[in-house]
Design a protein around this ligand. Structure first.
Ligand code: PMP
Length: 410
């Protein structure tokens, strides 16, 4: 979760003042070590092109490698031909089409839930769901400290309506139990956790969390952005991984990772989703997911089921990388999924390693530095795809070994 910087506290009449004083990015650009917002020429899967150079991509959430799949491309193209580029309106009014409803039914059936709701982004799923369900001062959001920024933002909106936020120790059902014990019987409680934590690649302790949620008669929302297509039988995510799909009230996620598109989804009870679609401003007053995006996500969901080898190959790839990176002596935390963070725990070293990996070894990884992560949590975040071949991974391992040694990390 991004920390607030001292710049954000700058006051005064001119609200632009903080922008004029923001020099970090300019300084890094001047030094040639600015890692962000770099435009790729192409992003075709395991290999991408950056400023005319081919790089091995270890920084994308295209877990199943479906962004270039012929069937997914064709579905998006056909949807444009048939329906145009955008619905130019909100789901509530002119923005819904049968395509949205069809995907909602498919996502619900996939997860064994009564109903589904399609959103424009995954970020919107959390903002809308949390703010709609926690809408007064007798509501409490119980969140894992390491939950995604969109969950925090959803809670901020709920707080504006009077709700409270309680953060429990990361992936700790006992801490959640004592937090829930402290709230009044009259307070509503929604527990929200990432299924797979987006920076750590760690799977939430769902069995313990579900037990505590049931004990306190709270409700549970699991954000499965990084779990769909990656874990669980058939890629059905965290709840399925633990055999707990029926016990989790709401499961949400995004189209922007395994589903190779842009958009978001939520599945659960029909009445609850119906309430959310009538009461979440961020859903009601935003344009719906565009037809090609919905069609691409739907095709990806189908390909995911038709080609189970993708999930198996993804698992083989990330297991290989985790084992080999650990053997080289890197610190990886508790990852069990396609996200493998390499802990560096220092801003400058993280950026210098990122630069060397890219410039000297054509390896694309994502540096997570402060204030995007808390101090001492800096990582090189790597993520893997079903379409990485062993040659890509072995090249990456060689680069990590050389750069890790050069910077004294291993
Ligand atoms: N939840 C989690 C855990 C995420 O990692 C992300 C984004 N990457 C989102 C929600 C937001 O999804 P989207 O990119 O579709 O807005």
């Amino acid at each position: 979760m991004a920390a607030r910087t001292s710049l954000s506290r700058i006051g005064g009449r001119d609200v632009f003042e903080k922008a004029y004083k923001f020099m970090t990015a300019d300084n890094a650009r001047a030094m040639g070590v600015y890692p962000f917002f770099r435009p790729l020429d192409f992003n075709n899967g395991p290999e991408a092109q950056l400023e005319g150079r081919t790089v091995i991509m270890l920084g994308s959430n295209n877990y199943l490698g479906l962004t270039t799949h012929p069937k997914v491309r064709e579905a998006a193209r056909n949807a444009i031909d048939k329906y145009g580029t955008s619905m130019t309106g909100s789901r509530l009014v002119n923005g819904s089409m049968r395509l949205h409803n069809e995907l909602e039914q498919k996502l619900a059936a996939f997860h064994g839930k009564e109903a589904g709701l399609v959103f424009t982004t995954g970020y919107q799923v959390n903002i809308a769901t949390i703010s709609a369900l926690l809408s007064n001062k007798r509501s409490v959001a119980m969140i894992d400290k390491d939950d995604h920024a969109s969950i925090y933002d959803g809670v901020r909106l709920a707080q504006a309506a009077g709700a409270r936020m309680v953060r429990y120790k990361h992936s700790d059902p006992a801490a959640l139990d004592s937090a829930l014990s402290e709230i009044a019987d009259t307070e509503g409680a929604l527990v929200i956790t990432d299924g797979v934590f987006s920076a750590q690649g760690e799977i939430a302790s769902l069995p313990g969390i579900v037990e505590v949620v049931k004990k306190h008669k709270a409700r549970l929302l699991v954000d499965d952005a990084h779990a769909l297509g990656v874990i669980g039988p058939g890629g059905r995510g965290t709840a399925a991984h633990f055999g707990l799909e029926k016990e989790v009230d709401l499961i949400g996620g995004t189209f922007s990772k395994s589903l190779a598109s842009i958009g978001g989804w939520l599945v659960g009870e029909r009445k609850v989703l119906d309430y959310i679609q009538h009461f979440a401003y961020s859903f009601l007053f935003a344009a719906s997911a565009a037809p090609p995006c919905v069609a691409a996500a739907m095709a990806s969901l189908e390909v995911m089921q038709e080609e189970p080898w993708r999930q198996e190959k993804l698992r083989e790839n990330f297991t290989y990388m985790r084992t080999e990176l650990q053997r080289l002596g890197f610190e990886l935390g508790k990852t069990e999924t396609a996200v493998i963070p390499i802990y560096i725990r220092d801003d400058l070293k993280t950026v210098m390693m990122w630069k060397s990996l890219l410039d000297d070894y054509s390896l694309y990884v994502n540096p997570f530095i402060t204030p995007g992560v808390p101090p001492k949590q800096q990582v090189l975040r790597t993520s893997y795809m079903a379409t990485h071949e062993r040659k890509h991974l072995d090249h990456a391992l060689e680069a990590f070994e050389k750069v890790g040694k050069k910077f004294g990390v291993i």
